[in-house]
Design a protein around this ligand. Structure first.
Ligand SMILES: C[S@@+](CC[C@H](N)C(=O)[O-])C[C@H]1O[C@@H](n2cnc3c(N)ncnc32)[C@H](O)[C@@H]1O
Length: 251
Protein backbone atom coordinates (compact mmCIF):
# COMPACT_ATOMS: atom_id res chain seq x y z
CA UNK A 1 0.00 0.00 0.00
CA UNK A 2 1.26 3.48 -0.62
CA UNK A 3 1.72 5.94 2.16
CA UNK A 4 0.03 9.30 1.87
CA UNK A 5 1.13 11.95 4.34
CA UNK A 6 -1.02 11.36 7.40
CA UNK A 7 -2.76 8.38 5.85
CA UNK A 8 -1.63 4.79 5.44
CA UNK A 9 -4.05 3.26 2.96
CA UNK A 10 -4.86 4.17 -0.62
CA UNK A 11 -8.17 3.21 -2.17
CA UNK A 12 -6.79 2.75 -5.64
CA UNK A 13 -3.97 0.38 -6.28
CA UNK A 14 -2.17 0.23 -9.60
CA UNK A 15 -0.58 -3.18 -9.07
CA UNK A 16 2.59 -2.45 -11.01
CA UNK A 17 3.49 0.75 -9.15
CA UNK A 18 3.21 2.04 -5.62
CA UNK A 19 4.38 5.42 -6.99
CA UNK A 20 1.47 5.62 -9.44
CA UNK A 21 -0.96 4.31 -6.80
CA UNK A 22 0.06 7.23 -4.58
CA UNK A 23 -0.61 9.66 -7.42
CA UNK A 24 -3.93 7.97 -8.27
CA UNK A 25 -5.09 8.41 -4.69
CA UNK A 26 -4.21 12.11 -4.78
CA UNK A 27 -6.21 12.80 -7.95
CA UNK A 28 -9.75 14.08 -7.30
CA UNK A 29 -12.71 12.43 -9.08
CA UNK A 30 -12.85 13.99 -12.54
CA UNK A 31 -14.89 13.98 -15.71
CA UNK A 32 -11.77 13.92 -17.91
CA UNK A 33 -8.15 13.53 -16.83
CA UNK A 34 -5.28 14.19 -19.23
CA UNK A 35 -2.12 12.21 -18.53
CA UNK A 36 0.84 13.93 -20.16
CA UNK A 37 3.67 11.47 -20.79
CA UNK A 38 1.19 8.61 -20.39
CA UNK A 39 3.73 5.95 -21.49
CA UNK A 40 2.04 2.59 -20.65
CA UNK A 41 -1.25 4.39 -19.70
CA UNK A 42 -1.41 2.51 -16.38
CA UNK A 43 -2.52 5.62 -14.48
CA UNK A 44 -5.51 6.31 -16.76
CA UNK A 45 -6.43 2.62 -16.94
CA UNK A 46 -6.33 2.25 -13.12
CA UNK A 47 -8.37 5.41 -12.53
CA UNK A 48 -10.94 4.66 -15.25
CA UNK A 49 -11.35 1.03 -14.13
CA UNK A 50 -11.88 2.23 -10.54
CA UNK A 51 -14.50 4.76 -11.72
CA UNK A 52 -12.56 7.72 -10.32
CA UNK A 53 -12.39 9.36 -13.71
CA UNK A 54 -15.05 9.11 -16.39
CA UNK A 55 -12.73 9.64 -19.34
CA UNK A 56 -9.02 9.92 -19.96
CA UNK A 57 -6.79 11.49 -22.59
CA UNK A 58 -3.29 10.08 -22.73
CA UNK A 59 -0.68 12.28 -24.43
CA UNK A 60 2.59 10.65 -25.40
CA UNK A 61 5.36 12.14 -27.52
CA UNK A 62 7.26 8.94 -28.30
CA UNK A 63 5.99 6.38 -30.82
CA UNK A 64 6.89 3.19 -28.90
CA UNK A 65 5.15 4.09 -25.61
CA UNK A 66 2.22 5.55 -27.58
CA UNK A 67 1.69 2.17 -29.30
CA UNK A 68 2.11 0.34 -25.97
CA UNK A 69 -0.46 2.63 -24.35
CA UNK A 70 -2.92 1.88 -27.16
CA UNK A 71 -2.38 -1.87 -26.72
CA UNK A 72 -2.83 -1.65 -22.93
CA UNK A 73 -5.99 0.46 -23.19
CA UNK A 74 -7.46 -1.99 -25.72
CA UNK A 75 -6.54 -4.99 -23.54
CA UNK A 76 -8.30 -3.30 -20.59
CA UNK A 77 -11.43 -2.80 -22.73
CA UNK A 78 -11.27 0.97 -22.22
CA UNK A 79 -10.87 2.32 -25.78
CA UNK A 80 -14.29 4.00 -25.50
CA UNK A 81 -13.19 6.00 -22.44
CA UNK A 82 -9.47 6.61 -22.91
CA UNK A 83 -8.30 8.50 -25.99
CA UNK A 84 -4.62 8.55 -26.90
CA UNK A 85 -2.87 11.37 -28.74
CA UNK A 86 0.69 11.48 -29.93
CA UNK A 87 2.22 14.91 -29.38
CA UNK A 88 4.15 17.29 -27.16
CA UNK A 89 2.94 18.16 -23.67
CA UNK A 90 -0.34 20.05 -23.41
CA UNK A 91 -0.37 21.00 -27.13
CA UNK A 92 -2.66 18.12 -28.25
CA UNK A 93 -5.39 19.33 -25.81
CA UNK A 94 -8.03 22.01 -26.39
CA UNK A 95 -8.75 24.50 -23.56
CA UNK A 96 -11.45 23.11 -21.25
CA UNK A 97 -11.26 19.60 -22.69
CA UNK A 98 -9.69 18.07 -19.58
CA UNK A 99 -10.77 18.77 -15.99
CA UNK A 100 -7.19 18.31 -14.81
CA UNK A 101 -3.86 16.84 -15.81
CA UNK A 102 -1.33 14.41 -14.41
CA UNK A 103 2.37 14.77 -15.21
CA UNK A 104 4.37 11.98 -13.62
CA UNK A 105 7.70 10.21 -13.83
CA UNK A 106 9.49 13.15 -15.45
CA UNK A 107 12.08 15.58 -14.06
CA UNK A 108 10.71 18.67 -12.32
CA UNK A 109 12.30 20.92 -14.94
CA UNK A 110 10.73 18.90 -17.76
CA UNK A 111 7.31 19.27 -16.11
CA UNK A 112 7.90 23.03 -15.70
CA UNK A 113 8.81 23.25 -19.40
CA UNK A 114 5.62 21.43 -20.45
CA UNK A 115 3.42 23.63 -18.23
CA UNK A 116 5.15 26.85 -19.32
CA UNK A 117 4.67 25.97 -23.01
CA UNK A 118 0.96 25.26 -22.49
CA UNK A 119 -0.19 28.05 -20.20
CA UNK A 120 -3.54 28.60 -21.96
CA UNK A 121 -4.44 24.91 -21.53
CA UNK A 122 -3.09 24.87 -17.96
CA UNK A 123 -5.25 27.90 -17.11
CA UNK A 124 -8.38 26.00 -18.18
CA UNK A 125 -7.77 23.17 -15.69
CA UNK A 126 -9.09 22.71 -12.15
CA UNK A 127 -6.12 20.72 -10.86
CA UNK A 128 -2.66 19.41 -11.64
CA UNK A 129 -1.39 16.13 -10.18
CA UNK A 130 2.39 16.12 -10.37
CA UNK A 131 4.98 13.49 -9.55
CA UNK A 132 8.43 14.93 -10.28
CA UNK A 133 11.56 12.78 -10.42
CA UNK A 134 13.92 15.32 -8.85
CA UNK A 135 14.00 19.13 -9.18
CA UNK A 136 10.88 19.36 -7.01
CA UNK A 137 11.95 22.79 -5.73
CA UNK A 138 11.91 24.29 -9.24
CA UNK A 139 8.45 22.81 -9.84
CA UNK A 140 6.95 24.10 -6.58
CA UNK A 141 8.39 27.58 -7.21
CA UNK A 142 7.00 27.57 -10.75
CA UNK A 143 3.53 26.63 -9.47
CA UNK A 144 3.53 29.58 -7.09
CA UNK A 145 4.76 31.99 -9.74
CA UNK A 146 2.13 30.71 -12.22
CA UNK A 147 -0.69 31.36 -9.71
CA UNK A 148 -1.23 27.82 -8.44
CA UNK A 149 -1.30 26.61 -4.86
CA UNK A 150 -0.32 23.24 -3.46
CA UNK A 151 -3.31 21.67 -1.73
CA UNK A 152 -2.11 18.12 -1.05
CA UNK A 153 1.21 16.29 -1.03
CA UNK A 154 2.16 12.65 -0.66
CA UNK A 155 5.29 10.55 -0.37
CA UNK A 156 5.90 6.86 -0.87
CA UNK A 157 8.81 4.47 -1.25
CA UNK A 158 9.19 1.77 -3.87
CA UNK A 159 12.20 -0.55 -4.12
CA UNK A 160 14.20 1.72 -1.80
CA UNK A 161 13.48 4.94 -3.73
CA UNK A 162 11.23 7.66 -2.33
CA UNK A 163 8.80 9.55 -4.56
CA UNK A 164 6.82 12.73 -3.91
CA UNK A 165 3.52 13.81 -5.44
CA UNK A 166 1.81 17.20 -5.47
CA UNK A 167 -1.81 18.17 -6.08
CA UNK A 168 -2.19 21.83 -7.08
CA UNK A 169 -5.18 24.05 -7.82
CA UNK A 170 -5.40 27.60 -9.15
CA UNK A 171 -4.92 30.08 -6.32
CA UNK A 172 -2.43 32.08 -4.32
CA UNK A 173 0.26 30.35 -2.30
CA UNK A 174 2.47 31.94 0.37
CA UNK A 175 6.15 32.29 -0.56
CA UNK A 176 8.07 29.03 -0.08
CA UNK A 177 11.22 28.77 2.04
CA UNK A 178 14.09 26.76 0.52
CA UNK A 179 13.22 23.62 2.57
CA UNK A 180 9.52 24.02 1.71
CA UNK A 181 10.30 24.22 -2.00
CA UNK A 182 12.64 21.24 -1.77
CA UNK A 183 10.65 18.90 0.48
CA UNK A 184 7.10 20.22 0.28
CA UNK A 185 5.31 22.63 2.65
CA UNK A 186 2.58 20.11 3.52
CA UNK A 187 4.92 17.13 3.82
CA UNK A 188 7.10 19.14 6.19
CA UNK A 189 4.05 19.95 8.28
CA UNK A 190 3.09 16.24 8.37
CA UNK A 191 6.63 15.23 9.48
CA UNK A 192 6.20 11.93 7.69
CA UNK A 193 8.92 9.40 8.64
CA UNK A 194 9.55 8.82 4.93
CA UNK A 195 10.26 12.52 4.44
CA UNK A 196 12.60 12.60 7.44
CA UNK A 197 14.48 9.64 5.93
CA UNK A 198 14.62 11.52 2.61
CA UNK A 199 16.11 14.63 4.26
CA UNK A 200 18.64 12.51 6.17
CA UNK A 201 19.78 10.75 3.00
CA UNK A 202 20.00 14.00 1.06
CA UNK A 203 22.24 15.38 3.83
CA UNK A 204 24.42 12.25 3.54
CA UNK A 205 24.63 12.79 -0.25
CA UNK A 206 25.73 16.39 0.30
CA UNK A 207 28.38 15.23 2.80
CA UNK A 208 29.79 12.84 0.17
CA UNK A 209 29.85 15.65 -2.42
CA UNK A 210 31.55 17.93 0.11
CA UNK A 211 34.28 15.35 0.81
CA UNK A 212 35.03 15.28 -2.94
CA UNK A 213 35.12 19.07 -3.22
CA UNK A 214 37.41 19.42 -0.20
CA UNK A 215 40.07 17.43 -2.07
CA UNK A 216 40.19 20.14 -4.75
CA UNK A 217 41.98 23.45 -4.26
CA UNK A 218 40.24 25.42 -7.04
CA UNK A 219 38.30 28.59 -6.18
CA UNK A 220 35.17 27.22 -7.86
CA UNK A 221 35.30 24.09 -5.65
CA UNK A 222 35.83 26.22 -2.53
CA UNK A 223 32.76 28.31 -3.37
CA UNK A 224 30.65 25.25 -4.12
CA UNK A 225 31.83 23.58 -0.90
CA UNK A 226 30.78 26.67 1.09
CA UNK A 227 27.29 26.54 -0.45
CA UNK A 228 26.97 22.83 0.31
CA UNK A 229 28.21 23.30 3.90
CA UNK A 230 25.54 25.99 4.45
CA UNK A 231 22.86 23.71 3.04
CA UNK A 232 23.95 20.77 5.21
CA UNK A 233 23.76 23.03 8.26
CA UNK A 234 20.30 24.26 7.29
CA UNK A 235 18.94 20.75 6.64
CA UNK A 236 20.49 19.33 9.84
CA UNK A 237 18.74 22.08 11.83
CA UNK A 238 15.51 21.33 9.95
CA UNK A 239 15.76 17.63 10.75
CA UNK A 240 16.35 18.36 14.43
CA UNK A 241 13.17 20.44 14.51
CA UNK A 242 11.15 17.75 12.73
CA UNK A 243 12.13 14.61 14.63
CA UNK A 244 9.87 14.23 17.63
CA UNK A 245 11.88 14.31 20.89
CA UNK A 246 13.19 10.88 21.83
CA UNK A 247 12.07 9.31 18.53
CA UNK A 248 13.95 8.04 15.45
CA UNK A 249 12.52 8.24 11.94
CA UNK A 250 13.09 4.63 10.95
CA UNK A 251 10.54 3.45 8.42
C1 LIG B 1 9.50 7.95 -17.55
S1 LIG B 1 8.04 7.97 -18.42
C2 LIG B 1 6.82 8.13 -17.14
C3 LIG B 1 5.54 7.51 -17.58
C4 LIG B 1 4.39 7.64 -16.62
N1 LIG B 1 3.88 9.01 -16.61
C5 LIG B 1 4.77 7.21 -15.25
O1 LIG B 1 4.87 8.07 -14.37
O2 LIG B 1 5.01 6.01 -15.03
C6 LIG B 1 7.97 9.57 -19.18
C7 LIG B 1 7.14 9.53 -20.45
O3 LIG B 1 6.85 10.85 -20.81
C8 LIG B 1 7.00 10.98 -22.21
N2 LIG B 1 7.26 12.40 -22.48
C9 LIG B 1 8.38 13.10 -22.17
N3 LIG B 1 8.25 14.38 -22.56
C10 LIG B 1 7.00 14.48 -23.10
C11 LIG B 1 6.28 15.54 -23.68
N4 LIG B 1 6.80 16.77 -23.80
N5 LIG B 1 5.02 15.31 -24.13
C12 LIG B 1 4.47 14.08 -24.04
N6 LIG B 1 5.13 13.02 -23.51
C13 LIG B 1 6.37 13.22 -23.04
C14 LIG B 1 8.15 10.03 -22.55
O4 LIG B 1 8.14 9.65 -23.90
C15 LIG B 1 7.88 8.87 -21.60
O5 LIG B 1 7.06 7.89 -22.19
Amino acid sequence: MCKLAGQDNCDIIIPASRRLSMLAELIPPAETLADIGADHAWLLIGLAAAGKIKNGIGVEVTAGPYRQAAANVAAAGLTGRIALRQGDGLAPLKPGEATGAALAGMGGNTIVGILARGQDIMASMAFLALQPMGQAAALRRYLRQAGWRICREAITAERGVRYQAILAQPGEMAPLSDPEAEFGPLLLREKSPLLLREIDERIAGHRRALAGLERSSSEASRQKAARIRARIKEWEALLLCLIPAGKSFDT
